[in-house]
Ligand binder design. Structure first.
Ligand code: FE2
Length: 194
């Protein structure tokens, strides 16, 4: 999805003219409403993470990983606050009723990992995989919201979302680094004995 495509006048016209199979007009929403829906979705996702990250921090064994998760918890609280600032700027009423089902599922997978694996490097490896899936979801969400803000000329909102996007990308890179040690440890503990 490129900015060029999203801002293409021709494309927009054809989308607006689109009709459903039986000839009735589809419920076509504006890009503004797409931005609003996306902001509410990631707001729910971030709030669910604020609740879940302490649980994950307690479940990990590796100190660097625990530190990274705790650090990201503090960042996540800032991400929630930034989104609330954006809601104020756009006069969007924030609601707790719309829950992001994707984040709910990803957190559920993390809980399953904690229940199934005993404390140690293999569980840490599994939790890093889960945490990186979460980061990639967030990167995709913030990346596309940045593009929407850009095409709508919402420069300040684009900048705020961009700051969070950078932090999600940094977190993902940190997790990749930590995974190298954790995976080595897990390998030593399990595979090298066979
Ligand atoms: Fe975040």
């Amino acid at each position: 999805m490129t900015t060029k495509t999203q801002s293409g006048v021709e494309e927009r016209k054809s989308l607006t003219a689109e009709k459903s199979g039986n000839g009735t007009r589809k419920n076509i929403k504006s890009l503004h409403s797409l931005l609003e829906t996306g902001l509410k979705d990631i707001y729910s996702a971030e709030k669910q993470l604020v609740n879940a990250l302490p649980e994950i921090a307690r479940a990990v064994d590796n100190e660097d990983l625990e530190e990274a998760v705790t650090f990201h918890l503090e960042q996540t609280k800032k991400h929630v606050a930034r989104l609330e600032k954006i809601f104020d700027r756009l006069h969007i009423t924030k609601t707790d009723s719309e829950k992001c089902p994707a984040m709910e599922g990803l957190i559920q997978e993390g809980r399953k990992t904690i229940a199934e694996f005993e404390r140690g490097p293999v569980r840490d490896s599994a939790l890093i995989i889960g945490a990186q899936k979460i980061e990639h979801y967030e990167i995709a969400a913030y990346g596309s919201l940045c593009e929407l803000a850009d095409v709508l000329g919402e420069n300040k909102i684009h900048d705020i979302l961009g700051r969070t996007l950078d932090e999600e990308e940094d977190t993902d890179a940190d997790l990749t680094e930590i995974a190298k040690d954790v995976n080595d440890e897990a390998y030593e503990l399990t595979e090298s004995q066979h």
